[in-house]
Design a protein around this ligand. Structure first.
Ligand code: NIG
Ligand code: FE
Length: 411
């Protein structure tokens, strides 16, 4: 199967750099006008000026005049597999009940834990496939998915197995993260360390069955302390996992500093990271995954200080944080607009943050987030004249065509 995209209005290959793009390097990217891309058997085989390629024979030739073409978007932080939904909490939020208070009262994450424990594997699977389809429709071609709505052995394994099956069956690639340390369930209220011990006991089996590549934890007031997180994540590292943290989302506990100290692949949220945390992040390999949709949806004012982070030299990625409580959207394009409007990120920074940096945040930097010869054809054609247009024209879907590994999913 050969597909040719020709006369591309504007092409972003995002391949100016090897490795994650840090600090001021995020402010410059190359564009190509009038180019063509030849995809054969799932792989990009040639990128060249259109007149050099237009004559080749292909099963499908797509005229991309006036259109933007970019790598498929990489989504590095989602809670894809869950039971139920939480629309009933909207009224509580409107009355001003804080997110952590709802959790304390047994709602929030714990409400989704109950629904997920009750849900059959089939229901969870169907639901995850549905949301994954929708992500693809918004231009996403690689997705990270966390467990964390079981917090008992059986349900955590159920969630991870569903994510694994979805990865096998759906054209999008799904990268798995074990988030068994997501909240404190009622039975562990007085002894959260015992819950962490229970979850840590699962590490060898999860490793053995390749049920996750990353281990993540929610380091937050009323959830897990910095000390507990350090102990748990060190244990995960010993078992061969790469690590991530939900850090400094609501209270500035020093989660950003901990992410750097432990050499986490990413520190996520960082909305209230301290000056010191940002300084350390800027000098580290840890990628800051920012989730402005969550701040928007929780009705808070503290957007992560992306500008300060980039000035400090950090590599930044962006994500929806798709989940049933704090950010209920699959629309990464909306997140790109929020990054521009609320965090003052430039369009260039935003594009690095949703492609190559996002790929590095889930250890897929070599295979996703770039269009290069030899790589799989993960490509989006946009109904937009240039890359600046996507964050600018907000709230709608600009996707024209989505291709995963050279296969057209939506057109
Ligand atoms: O990233 N903060 C913790 N976890 C999710 C929210 C999960 C939920 O509310 O169901 C987050 O915001
Ligand atoms: Fe999250």
């Amino acid at each position: 199967m050969r597909i040719l995209l020709y006369q591309i209005g504007q092409l972003l290959t995002m391949d100016d750099h090897d490795g994650p793009v840090r600090g001021k390097a995020m402010q410059k990217l190359s564009t190509y006008e009038g180019y063509a891309i030849l995809i054969e058997d799932g792989k990009v085989v040639r990128i060249a000026p259109s007149d050099e390629l237009e004559q080749v024979t292909a099963d499908e030739k797509i005229d991309c005049r006036g259109k933007l073409v970019t790598p498929g978007i990489v989504e590095p932080h989602t809670h894809l597999v869950f039971g139920g939904s939480r629309e009933h909490e909207m009224a509580l939020k409107q009355q001003g009940v804080p997110y952590l208070e709802i959790l304390k009262q047994g709602g929030g994450i714990l409400s989704t834990v109950r629904s997920t424990r009750e849900a059959s594997e089939k229901d969870l699977y169907d639901k995850a496939m549905f949301h994954l389809d929708r992500m693809a429709q918004f231009g996403i071609t690689t997705v990270e998915a966390k467990s964390g709505y079981g917090m008992d052995r059986e349900t955590e394994l159920k969630q991870l197995r569903v994510a694994q099956k979805v990865n096998q069956d759906h054209p999008l690639e799904v990268v798995l993260t074990f988030l068994g340390a997501h909240a404190i369930t009622e039975d562990y209220r007085d002894n959260p360390d015992a819950l962490l011990d229970e979850m840590a006991k699962m590490f060898p089996q999860i490793k053995e069955e390749s049920l996750a590549e990353f281990v993540d934890i929610f380091t937050e007031t009323g959830v897990f302390t910095v000390e507990q997180s350090r102990r748990y994540l060190n244990e995960a590292k010993k078992c061969g996992f790469d690590i991530k943290l939900h850090a400094d989302e609501i209270d500035p506990l020093g989660g950003t500093e901990l992410a750097v100290e432990l050499g986490a692949v990413s520190g996520d949220h960082l909305a209230v990271a301290t000056d010191e945390g940002i300084r350390k992040l800027g000098q580290s390999e840890t990628i800051g995954v920012l989730l402005p949709g969550t701040i928007f949806y929780l009705g808070k004012g503290d957007y992560a200080r992306a500008r300060t982070m980039i000035e400090a030299g950090a590599a930044i990625a962006l994500s929806t944080d798709f989940n049933p409580g704090s950010s209920v959207t699959e629309n990464i394009q909306l997140i790109m607009s929020l990054a521009a409007l609320k965090m003052k990120m430039t369009p260039e920074e935003i594009w690095y943050a949703v492609t190559t940096n996002a790929a590095h945040a889930i250890n897929r930097g070599d295979t996703a987030g770039k269009i290069i010869e030899g790589n799989q054809g993960d490509i989006v054609i946009w109904d937009a004249p240039n890359y600046q247009y996507i964050p600018y024209h907000y709230g709608v879907n600009h996707v024209n065509t989505v291709m995963k590994a050279g296969r057209i999913l939506y057109q």
